[in-house]
Design a protein around this ligand. Structure first.
Ligand SMILES: CC(C)(COP(=O)(O)OP(=O)(O)OC[C@H]1O[C@@H](n2cnc3c(N)ncnc32)[C@H](O)[C@@H]1OP(=O)(O)O)[C@@H](O)C(=O)NCCC(=O)NCCS
Length: 305
């Protein structure tokens, strides 16, 4: 039997869409209500009344086009996934545009068991067949209330950011030698200054949480060493960005900078703080571990070029 490929008709079909389990299912109704998702971005492949694949896209509230493909499940064969993606991508992505990246949350040990590995490999194969390739695997990290935060070493002072240009200048320096895949990719297409300005404008400036939380770390004489951007992303308190400038790397300053950002959010009594870093960003992953963050999930990101 061939499958029917279509978007859901509206919120009344969310139960059908959510027949395939995924950690984001509980958020979809609120996302639809808040304009972060649209019914025409939530696609189903149905055989009879059985959901054999589904795909969904997300944006910031009110965006005209989706920013991320964050739902893709296959409960049939890989061909069902390929057919759904082919049809849905043509409808959701403006013609001539590159599809937005695909992101998938996975258990930290997903590779260790065939039961968790096979569905990931099936999804990745279907995505390969419609032109996507693996970009990076990331650690999703969480600090939970009550976890001790290492005391600051006393080597650095912290103050709020004076103006956007000061932060953008430090973000520009931090991109030099970064191990972060997105940062490195940006640098193949633009200068460090352009990439920093873009990240500031597209991401940091848009956080609705107070920008007064942002901290610049300095030596006692006032020389900036790095920065930390604690924020709230609408779902959770987060460490949105953190960095140490190249001239001061390798002295463990990241531990103090991260502890300052974590303490600032923890002092508000929040139940958890979320963060993420690339598997390959070893010094950053080590800093999160030392600050009391544990890896609760991993994330695969695939892109079209
Ligand atoms: C990741 C980062 C914050 C680490 O800061 P740091 O204060 O130098 O960290 P540490 O002093 O703990 O470094 C630990 C080790 O990693 C090495 N290291 C740190 N950053 C490195 C980098 N970008 N490339 C290669 N090695 C690096 C250090 O030299 C040190 O090596 P050693 O133990 O042999 O001396 C800093 O490299 C940075 O700002 N990177 C770019 C921005 C970034 O990735 N932010 C995180 C986004 S989630």
């Amino acid at each position: 039997m061939t499958s029917t490929l279509r978007p859901i008709s509206g919120p009344d079909e969310l139960d059908l869409f959510n027949r395939l389990p995924y950690v984001l299912n509980d958020e979809i109704a609120a996302d639809l209500a808040a304009g972060r998702r649209r019914p025409e971005w939530l696609w189903l492949a149905l055989r009879g009344d059985r959901v054999v694949a589904r795909a969904g896209w997300w944006s910031r509230a009110g965006d005209q086009h989706p920013l991320l493909m964050d739902i893709f499940d296959i409960d049939g064969d890989v061909d069902d996934g390929v057919r759904l993606l082919t049809t849905a991508l043509a409808a959701v992505v403006p013609s001539g545009a590159t599809p937005p990246e695909y992101g998938r949350f996975l258990p930290p040990d997903w590779r260790d068991h065939r039961r968790t590995r096979q569905p990931v490999e099936d999804r990745m194969e279907a995505l390969h067949r419609v032109g996507a390739k693996l970009f990076v695997e990331r650690l999703r990290l969480e600090w939970r209330r009550g976890t001790p935060i290492p005391a600051p070493g006393g080597r650095l002072a912290f103050r709020p950011v004076r103006d956007p240009d000061e932060l953008i200048a430090l973000m520009t320096l931090v991109l030099d030698g970064t191990l972060d895949a997105h940062g490195r990719d940006d640098l193949t297409r633009m200068t460090a200054e352009q990439a920093a300005r873009e990240q500031y404008r597209q991401e940091l400036a848009r956080y609705a949480s107070p920008h007064e939380w942002w901290r610049i770390a300095t030596l006692p004489d006032g020389e900036p060493v790095g920065f930390v951007i604690p924020a709230h992303n609408g779902y959770n308190p987060i460490i949105a960005y953190v960095g140490v400038v190249p001239a001061h790397r390798g002295r463990g300053y990241i531990h103090d900078v991260l502890a300052a950002g974590t303490s600032l959010l923890a002092a508000q009594g929040v139940p958890r703080i979320r963060a993420a870093t690339d598997v390959g960003n070893v010094p950053m992953a080590a800093a999160f571990a030392r600050a009391g963050y544990s890896t609760f999930e991993r994330q695969i990101e695939m892109i079209w070029q």
